[in-house]
Design a protein around this ligand. Sequence first.
Ligand SMILES: Cc1cc2nc3c(=O)[nH]c(=O)nc-3n(C[C@H](O)[C@H](O)[C@H](O)COP(=O)(O)O)c2cc1C
Length: 388
Amino acid sequence: MADTPPNFYKTGLRPLLFNALNADPERLHQQTLGLLAWLAANPAEGGWQQPLRRAAQSGLKAAYCQSDSRLSQTLWGLHFDSPLGLAAGFDKDGQAARAWPLLGFGFAELGTVTAQPQPGNPQPRLFRLPADAAALNRMGFNNQGATALAKRLEALWHPLDCPIPLGINLGKSKVTPLEQAAADYLASFKALKDWGSYFVVNVSSPNTPGLRMLQARDQLEPILAALQSANRPRQPLLVKISPDLADADLLDIINLAQSYELAGIIATNTTISREHLQTQTLATGEPVRHQPGGISGAPVRQRATEVIRLIYQHTQGQLPIIGVGGIFSAADAWAKITAGASLVQVYTGWVYEGPGLARQICQGLLNQLDRHGLKSISQAVGLNSIES
Ligand SMILES: Cc1cc2nc3c(=O)[nH]c(=O)nc-3n(C[C@H](O)[C@H](O)[C@H](O)COP(=O)(O)O)c2cc1C
C-alpha cells in the first residue's frame, strides 16, 4: 500500500485526548458529536455563523472525502459512492447526521434507536483498551427514542436531497418483555420508515438483557414477519448478528433471512469473549474479564471476517453483507470485502485512527483494485470467499 502522510490525529491529538487530558471516553464522544452537529448544520440557517460553517464544510470535504466511480455501487436500488460507512452506535440519535458525508463516509447507520426513549446503563459504561486496539462498552441503547429521531431527521435531512444513504438500526426497549419484542420493533419501524434508506433489526447487542436470545429462530421469526408485513412499499431490511453465534445458529439465521426476503446481514456486533486480551483491568481498576459489556475493535476482526465468509459461501453470494468489526485500515476493509462483504463499516477504528480514516481506506482500496486489475469494487466482493 502507498505510504501515507503523517497522521496528526494519531501523533498529536489522540495522545493528548487519551493520555494527557485522560478525557472520559463517553464525554469526549458527546463533545465530538456536538461539534460535528454544529459544523455540519445547514449553512443557510444561522446568521453570523453562516460563513464560518460554509468554510468548515468545504474544508472537511476537501480534507476527508475521496470520490472515485470505481468505489461506487448500487445495492437495493440505493447508490453508494463509497463502500465505507459509519457503524451503528456512534450517532444513536442522528445528532450529527449531516456530518458523515463531509467526513468521507459513503453511508451512515444511525441508532440503535428504541421505541421508548431510555437512559441506558449506569456510567461509566465505555472504556478504551489501547493495548488491544479495542473498546469495551455496555451503553445499553441509551437513546432519545424513535419518535425523537424521526423529528430530528425531519428537521435535518431531506429525503430527496440525501447526500448518502442513511441506515436506521432498531433495538428493543429495555422495558418491553422479550415476548412483546415484535410489537416494539414494529413501533420504531413505523415511526421511522419514511426516514431511513435501509433498516436493521439489531438482535445482537450484549447490553440489553436477553436481547441476543432473539437471534434464535423461533424468536426472530415473529419479529421479521411483523416488520416485513408492514414493510410496504418494501424498504431494505437487514439483521445484525453477533460474532459469538455458533456456525449452526448462524446458518439458521441465514435461512430465515432468505425466507423472509431480507435485504442482507450485518456481520458483526461486539463480542462477549475476553480471549486473548492484553488488557487486564479497566480504568476503574476492575478486571476486564468480569466486567459486563461487548468488546469491539481488533479482537473482533478475525471472527467477523469468518462470519462474513460463511454467509457468503452459504448463500453463494446471493445475500448482500455489510461487514463490520476491527477495520482500522484499507487492508482490513479489503479482507472483509474479498471475504464477501459488499459494504463495510467502522466504529472503533475511527476512534483510534482519526477522521482521515475513511479517505485513507478509500485510497487503499483503489490501490488494491489496481493491483488486482479490477475495474470496480463490486468485482472484489467475495474474491477470497473460498479461503477458510
Ligand atoms: C461504544 C459503542 C456503542 C455501540 N453501539 C451500538 C448500537 O447501538 N447498535 C449496534 O448495532 N451496534 C453498536 N455497536 C457495535 C458497532 O456498530 C460494531 O458492530 C462493533 O463495534 C464492531 O465494529 P468496530 O470494531 O469497528 O467497532 C457499538 C460499538 C461501540 C464501540
